[in-house]
Design a protein around this ligand. Structure first.
Ligand code: SF4
Ligand code: SF4
Ligand code: SF4
Length: 228
């Protein structure tokens, strides 16, 4: 087996290295969420380090592991300081400009977006509505036209409703794949990183008011009780 040769960044000019990293950044790290952005950048670059110095090789890997954990809800008190220290050490102690540049970018992100990192770790919130573990998909009863396209698109079968009814999402089984959001032409499928508004508990006819929805729910409960 022939092992793919690692790029020898030491032999490249600063401009070549900067161009390479900014290309990767533009292509891979477009997310509006800074934690997700740093995760994408470190993920993409960790196999590009030539591996000669520990601070670059292990530093990028640790950035990737820590940001992955934060985006998934496993962030811990102290993670921000560790990320800051790693990026600071990389920016001054790496053996060539590759490690130094990655360190500088990571340092910029953590310093300018510290509050967003804190919100992910302490409040389990992603204000950019990117990190799946922190968001809930729901359907706006006012905007839903009852076209049923989202239910057809949902592979997890988490959307209840049929033509002419306001559809509802079962959060417990929703995998947060986002397919329904792409399908809905009415923009009725929304995401929230905090609490969701008061929603119908069962599909009710399009145009129903919130009180109709709760009556629908009560009527169905009564029907269920009678048939018990
Ligand atoms: S900083 Fe060190 S490990 Fe990273 S690419 Fe340069 S020489 Fe290789
Ligand atoms: S949420 Fe959108 S796609 Fe789904 S039924 Fe309502 S309008 Fe149609
Ligand atoms: S996000 Fe995916 S799993 Fe959840 S309701 Fe929409 S299509 Fe179904």
């Amino acid at each position: 087996m022939v092992l793919k040769e690692r790029e020898q960044w030491k032999e490249k000019s600063v401009d070549e290295i900067k161009d390479f990293i900014s290309n990767v950044y533009e292509k891979e790290a477009k997310s509006p969420c800074p934690v997700d952005r740093l995760k994408a950048l470190s993920d993409s670059l960790r196999r590009k380090s030539c591996g000669e110095c520990v601070i670059c090789r292990e530093g990028i890997l640790q950035l990737s592991v820590l940001t992955e954990s934060i985006t998934q809800g496993g962030g811990r008190e102290g993670d921000i300081d560790v990320i800051s220290e790693i990026s600071q050490d990389m920016s001054i102690g790496s053996g060539c400009d590759f490690g130094r540049e990655v360190g500088k970018i990571a340092k910029d992100i953590i310093e300018s977006e510290r509050e967003q990192f804190e919100r992910h770790i302490k409040r389990k919130r992603c204000d950019a509505l990117v990190c799946k573990n922190f968001i809930t998909y729901y359907i706006s009863p006012e905007a839903c036209t009852g076209c049923n396209q989202c239910a057809k698109a949902c592979k997890a079968e988490s959307i209840k409703g049929s033509n002419g009814l306001i559809h509802i999402i079962d959060s417990a089984s929703c995998t947060k794949c986002g397919d329904c959001e792409l399908t809905c032409e009415s923009g009725a499928i929304l995401k929230s990183s905090t609490s969701v508004p008061n929603l119908p508990t069962i599909p009710v006819p399009v145009g129903s008011t919130p009180s109709d929805s709760s009556q629908g729910s009560l009527m169905s409960q009564r029907r269920r009780r009678r048939s018990e």
